[in-house]
Design a protein around this ligand. Structure first.
Ligand code: FUL
Length: 488
């Protein structure tokens, strides 16, 4: 057998008495429980992406437009899609979801389905197309593009009758056909009742379960954009709403979920926590606005979340295995406001600085077990920055430990764990210890890991050793990353 440097290092990381790792033939751990699809995995790895809430409401100072707006109110004279998308990129956002149509029914693209659209406004002489401009800019800047298209339409005369459904499906079809690849389609669950409805000005109630015939709309999405994840609508959605609009997942947050028959699939607590051993892989998405409202209001210019508040939200969303959908609403000029841009940038700097150097990559790693003694599953995989490799244990070893040792004390403030979620959500509880004087001291205890678990320690700890203990896991572990960081 040829012992490579990598084998040697992995071998040296073994516990006392263990042999050098080798390039063996042991098979990968069998997947456990509900598993993610490729599109879910790709989406979950994005971690942070933005919402752009932008429409007539931006100009009428409302959160929900009634549907009776004169299209001419939409007049963002300095609209600059490149500037908007570049600012999102500077904020670390990997994608952008535009409210192509909000509840007021006003379409930001020249749709053939209604006159309540940008094509009937005098902005750019009716030849503007915000969807085109944002999707093109996203592509230029390397961000993915997604669409929000409200099922509830307070403008459309046919809303509430069967005649509205082909109109809605046509809108979805236009958006998914004409604007390049779409990573996410957002179906909103809000159905408030009253609206303009072509002049009827009345309340219309629908049964959100049956009215929209979601399977037919889902079929369109799957056919036209098979890579796109779906939020909302039906139980077969790829993503679950996290159950609140504060941007916070449960302290325990499983990516698996067993939806019930309610519109959102569960109560707030159930949506925040997910379901241990749930029937579907349906991770949570945390949607939250950088301001109090979803749309831009001048009165909220001084209420923009600070970089540190955004970092805190990041830890409570992405850091709990969910994703962060952060709304940054363009203003009346058609630009992001300077305060929002500065906060985004500041947040990104904190996140980048925090996770810049994994101190564990320069430490000795001592796992209590490596699957088959095979370097393919060795502990070095935990610190290689790759999402394809992982540390795994032999089948009977469900509560392994990993010690990380430095020659000189390091100061740690943040810990990050990731499971190899292609193999399912496996770990149910874990603990982290640091070495103090002459013994281990527990500094953190957690439950779900999944795609990501970030632990921010209350205080920085100086130590020469850190230990990860898996304390509950029904099967062998498959851990992709163990990160030990300082703090920005
Ligand atoms: C809600 C909507 O009613 C809000 O206006 C906003 O779009 C938010 C993201 O979803 O259900």
């Amino acid at each position: 057998m040829i012992v490579t440097r990598r084998d040697f290092l992995a071998g040296s990381a073994m516990t006392l008495g263990a042999n050098f790792l080798h390039a063996g033939k042991v098979s990968a751990p069998a997947p456990y429980g509900a598993l993610p699809s490729q599109r879910q995995l790709a989406w979950q790895r994005m971690e942070t992406y933005s919402f752009l809430h932008f429409t007539v409401n931006t100009f009428t100072n409302k959160e929900w437009g009634y549907g009776d707006e004169n299209p001419n109110v939409f007049n963002p004279i300095e609209f600059d899609a490149d500037a908007i998308v570049a600012a999102l990129k500077d904020g670390g956002m990997k994608g952008v979801i535009l409210t192509c149509k909000h509840h007021d029914g006003f379409c930001l693209w020249p749709t053939k389905t209604t006159e309540h659209s940008i094509a009937y406004s005098s902005w750019r002489n009716g030849r503007g197309d915000v969807v085109r401009d944002i999707s093109d800019a996203a592509q230029r800047h390397g961000l993915k593009f997604g669409v929000y298209v409200s099922p509830w339409d307070r403008n459309n005369a046919a809303y509430g009758t069967a005649a509205y459904l082909p109109i809605y499906r046509e809108q979805v079809t236009e958006l998914l056909t004409n604007y390049g690849p779409v990573f996410e389609v957002w179906f909103d669950g809000a159905n408030g009742g009253d609206g303009y409805y072509g002049g009827a000005r009345e309340k219309r109630h629908i049964d959100a379960h049956t009215y929209y015939e979601w399977p037919r709309t889902y079929e369109i999405v799957r056919r036209l954009q098979p890579e796109a994840v779906i939020h909302g609508g039906d139980k077969d959605a790829d993503i679950r709403w996290v159950g609140n609009e504060q941007g916070v997942a449960g302290e325990t947050c499983w990516s698996t979920f067993t939806p019930d028959d309610s519109v959102d699939g569960g109560t707030t607590d159930e949506l925040m926590a997910g379901t241990l051993h749930g029937t579907q892989w349906m991770p949570a998405e945390c949607d939250v606005s950088i301001r109090p409202g979803w749309f831009w209001h001048s009165a909220e210019d001084a209420k923009v979340k600070t970089p540190q508040e955004l970092m805190d939200l990041y830890c409570k969303s992405v850091g709990r295995g969910a994703s962060l959908l952060l709304n940054v609403p363009p203003n009346r000029k058609g630009l992001l406001s300077p305060g929002d841009v500065a906060s985004l940038k500041g947040f990104h700097e904190i996140a980048e600085t925090t996770f810049a150097i994994n101190l564990a990559a320069k430490a000795r790693l001592r796992p209590s077990n490596v699957r088959g003694g095979d370097a393919r599953f060795g502990a070095l995989n935990l610190v290689d920055g790759q999402n394809k490799t992982y540390w795994a244990t032999d089948d009977p070893v469900t509560m392994p430990e990993l010690a990380v040792e430095w020659d000189k004390p390091v100061k740690i403030g943040t810990i990050r764990l990731r499971e190899a979620t292609e193999s399912g959500q496996r770990i149910e509880a874990f603990a982290v210890d640091t070495w103090r004087d002459d013994g281990w001291m527990q500094i953190a205890l957690g439950t779900s890991v999944g795609m990501c678990r970030v632990i921010q320690l209350q205080e920085m700890v100086e130590t020469v050793k850190v230990r990860l203990r898996v304390v509950k896991c029904p099967v062998s572990v498959a851990v992709q990353e163990f990160g030990v960081y300082g703090r920005a």
